[in-house]
Design a protein around this ligand. Sequence first.
Ligand code: BLA
Length: 515
Amino acid sequence: NIAHSGINLTNCESEPIHIPGYIQAHGFLVALTADDFIIRYVSENTNAFVNRSATDLLGKPLDALLSGTELPVADVAAILNVGKRENAWSRMNPHRFRLNGRDWNLIAHQHDNLIILEWESADTTPGNLEQQLVAEALTEVQSNRTLTELIQNTARRVKQIIGYDRVMVYRFSADWHGEVIAEEKEPHLEPYLGLHYPASDIPRQARELYKTNLVRIIADVGSTPSPIFSVAEQREAQPLDLTHSVLRAVSPIHIEYLKNMGVQASMSISLLYRGELWGLISCHHATPRFVDFPARQAAKFVSQLLSSALEFRKDEEDQAFLFQIQQNEQKINSQILKDWDVVVGLTQHPVTALDITSATGAVLVFDNTYYSMGSVPDESAVAGITNWLGTEPFDTVFQTDRLPELYPSAEAFRDVASGLLAIALSKDLNEYVLWFKPEQVRKVTWAGNPDKPVTVAENGQHQLHPRKSFEAWLQTVRNTSEPWKDAEISVAIKLREDILQVVARKANDVRQLNE
Ligand code: BLA
């Protein structure tokens, strides 16, 4: 049993998950000194595979591990020498061997001065479906597919490669909470698509580790992890660093989470965007399920193609959004100039003030009159907002993604106006353009009954359940909208300048007429 060593729901971030002292028992691990191949660490279960007790092997040369097996020491030593000399570990993995009547993949890497050898069983049938899916994915990233299609198809391909019940694309937000943005699943499972989870479900040190080590599999949440033994003189030393390991035993807190969720195997693949974690492909299976190294590599490759598409598509889409709203702003400006009327120019044409942001509603308050576009609070509510804005210390632009927190009366219409972006045309005359965004989550549909109590374990671990997590997240985002993008704010400021110019020129015309 892994010692929790004081880790609980409130201090998850301090669990040192890269040095758990255990591996998952579906494979075995041996770590050798890089200079002379002396065994320094061995997982306890090694004896079941090589018929030598783990403690016997400590301090012995590599030969001790392989003697008595049909595996030539020279072959393994040759591989390690090449890996060492050229630091070619990742390019060379895996090495397929037959050992005691079974097929194995040896996955080797070097960390500090140790070479870590991990042995996993190899599927007997390497398929060409994988190759076909990888080829398809390659062609697709070069095509003109939208990011949404690429994301969905990546989930579909990963599911075909690893055969899990559910494959999700989980995207992180700026505050590290996340959302399921694509899902491929067996029909009987309740959908998680569109659900959000708090940042603490995947704590900081886990996200850091996942930037370095891009794939992890938890083959069986019910299996007992195997402890790693080390030589006597190292007993006081740090446990073996498993940052780059493929067999690392997983945090018991996360195991609990998966069990509560009815999941017995989990695999996830990191999605990086400019070196930062953008999301994860998260995969679940209801029964234990191992995926061998070549299949994991294929799934990783398909996911990395998505990451590489992100690198340019995401910029492209951000660029396209900015371009679109800038175009709309110019259109509105020319409408105002042509009509020589702010109200008509902003509200009466196919392109209105609503189209320069991603807001769902907008209001122009001008000349003591209220003009609405899209879904907005009613006139008296808007009057309340503008009166309050008049007392706020800003001259040009005001924005918030949590209006009810600043202006409590807004809680009554948070479903249309949790986010507010406002430009002041004249605070003295109470003239503004206002844009509104709704509360982030208005309606959530669980396939199951959300009021059904979760079974409560004696130790209170029931808190670790995605449904609970989702509720926790809902509490934190009540009364908040999606944030306003810099592009939206800067285009709104540009619109303000254009409007004020026309207002000033009109005032000037009136003055000249009167003179
Ligand atoms: C790890 N948590 C993870 C991982 C995922 C999630 C994907 C990566 C490991 C894996 O592949 O299974 C979370 N999985 C999700 C979420 C969804 C999903 C949100 O499918 C949504 C559909 N977890 C908690 C709390 C703590 C916690 C409260 O919920 C801490 C108190 C910890 N999660 C935790 C830890 C890890 C983790 C420590 C790292 C596990 C490891 O790699 O050792």
